[in-house]
Design a protein. Structure first.
Length: 506
């Protein structure tokens, strides 16, 4: 066999045979896998103090008790996140699920990178490395089981299939109707983790148009029809279920409609139009302008370039939707941003990663996203793992009240039965999940009671259920006079853990 036919560039430079290339790729991926494991390992041992995770697990445990999301217990996200929490039931398994899910997501991204850069191993490996590291570090809360960490997987698979089957426009290898339907379903699954993933779906719809070599109206309409039907299918199943459980109004309101007001909740006194802040409308205009430029100059851009720019534009818009500074929102545009760095190995597209990175950094600074330092986070864990730091100091890194949460949960679990409910006035829902006890009423945190003015509803639930124990976490939150009166009349203080006070009914 002619050895010249087997020669090819390896991802680290130089010339190698196909066998050597496979070894280099395998070693490179194994090294990346070890790096990701080291970056994500601390999350498996991290104390369970993050409020959102506490809400997810509390709702997941409530489902196992027969409660219906939104009707019996409230949060403002679609149901898939809570279903995963119900499947795992406790924090430890929930974090293991995140760990495993993240590794699968990185592998799926690598397969997408291989398809985007079929003749350039270095480009695919660079993009995958950036994605793997950025989605794992503490900066973007890769260690926390938020919706963004889960919705990336179906989104990446959807774009992989869409690009593989449709990026050449009207070609013989276009996706079949069932495949287009399935791609729509994948986008819907992402939305059922969190609504802003709908903008990734919008990017997919836009790409079908931008990739078409000729605008064949009939062919395009058929593709749109099956993509939209695939998207509607799983969403329709949730609508049928919540109609059957008499919770449809609560479901639509909590998971979708309430997010409309959420869009302008942090806009302050900024000028608004149609109820929405002008900055949001301006960003929408910029996305439209990007799409317009890609369409007008469509012959000058490759299919891969159109994918990366369109996906990034729509996903960044989704991440900035509410103008809130939570870093995990920025996980959404990291996949197309990381992909863009593969263009550094291509002459014509080298400007793409520079422009997208500048846009990302500008957004980070403009919206004043919270910054979580990485070095102290990893130093805290690995010093503790090497027995160079005490358990108390390790836990106190996450807040001086960390041990108080665990002690409170242990007290409630030891002194109540499984079917007994309790009530916590504060924003520490992890106590419910750690104690494996359901809350009294629909709300798991004080800020929901405050936001929805649910004081009367909550007091009625407390009077009806008469829980043996109620808890005040001692946080500086809005006063709840009726709750204070209830404690004075029917409860007495039995235990204190730091600022947390536990009251028992007379």
């Amino acid at each position: 066999m002619n050895i010249a036919l087997l020669k090819r560039c390896n991802p680290l430079g130089g010339i190698t045979t196909i066998m050597d290339r496979k070894k280099v790729i395998l070693i490179s991926l194994l090294s990346l896998f070890i790096t990701v494991v080291l970056l994500r390992l601390p999350s498996l041992f991290e104390p369970f103090t993050y409020g959102d995770e506490g809400v997810y697990l509390t709702l997941g445990q409530a489902l196992r008790r027969g409660l219906v999301f939104y009707r019996d217990i409230h949060d403002n996200k679609p149901p898939l996140l809570y279903l995963l929490a119900a499947a795992t039931y406790n924090f430890s398994l929930y974090r293991v699920l995140l760990f495993s899910w993240s590794l699968i997501t990185i592998f799926a991204f690598y397969k997408l990178s291989e398809i985007i850069f079929p003749k350039n191993d270095k480009a695919a490996f660079l993009a995958t490395t950036l994605f793997a590291v950025l989605t794992s570090i503490h900066t973007f809360e890769g260690n926390i089981a938020n919706a963004e960490n889960f919705m990336m997987l179906p989104t990446i698979i959807a774009f992989t299939l869409l690009f593989e089957k449709e990026s050449e426009g009207e070609s013989e290898r276009n996706a079949s109707k069932p495949m287009i339907f399935f791609i729509g379903t994948l986008f819907a699954l992402a939305v059922l983790f969190k609504a802003p993933a709908g903008f990734d779906f919008a990017a997919g719809l836009t790409l079908l148009f931008l990739w078409a070599k000729k605008i064949n109206f009939f062919s395009l309409v058929k593709k749109y029809l099956f993509l939209i039907l695939g998207f509607i299918f799983p969403v329709s199943l949730t609508i049928v279920y919540y109609t059957w459980t008499h919770a449809l109004k609560d479901y639509l309101s909590a998971a979708f409609l309430q997010n409309i007001g959420y869009l302008s909740s942090w806009s302050g006194e900024k000028t608004k139009a149609t109820g929405l802040p002008f900055p949001l409308l301006e960003r929408a205009g910029l996305v439209f302008l990007v799409v317009l430029v890609l369409f007008v100059l469509r012959n000058k851009f490759t299919s891969a370039t159109k994918l990366v720019i369109t996906w990034f534009s729509f996903s960044l818009f989704g991440a900035l939707l509410s103008s809130r500074p939570y870093p995990h929102y920025l996980l959404q545009p990291l996949a197309p941003l990381a992909l863009s760095f593969g263009f550094l190995y291509q002459k014509k597209e080298k400007l793409v990663p520079i422009v997208l990175t500048a846009t990302f950094i500008f957004s980070f600074l403009t919206f004043k996203f919270w910054l979580y330092p990485n070095l102290p986070y990893y130093e805290n864990f690995y010093l503790f793992a090497l027995k160079e730091r005490s358990r108390t100091d390790y836990l106190n890194y996450f807040g001086t009240g960390t041990q108080d949460l665990y002690q409170t949960a242990s007290f409630l679990k030891a002194n109540t039965s499984y079917n007994e409910k309790t009530f916590i006035w504060g924003n520490q829902p992890s106590i419910y999940a750690l104690a494996e006890r359901a809350p009294v009423g629909r709300y798991t945190v004080a800020y929901h009671i405050i936001d929805f003015r649910a004081y009367t509803q909550t007091i009625e639930a407390l009077n009806q259920d008469s829980p043996r124990y109620v808890v005040s976490t001692g946080e500086e939150i809005q006063s709840f006079p009726a709750f204070n009166s209830l404690i004075d009349d029917q409860y007495h203080l039995v235990k204190e853990f730091g600022k947390i006070k536990i009251y028992e009914r007379y």
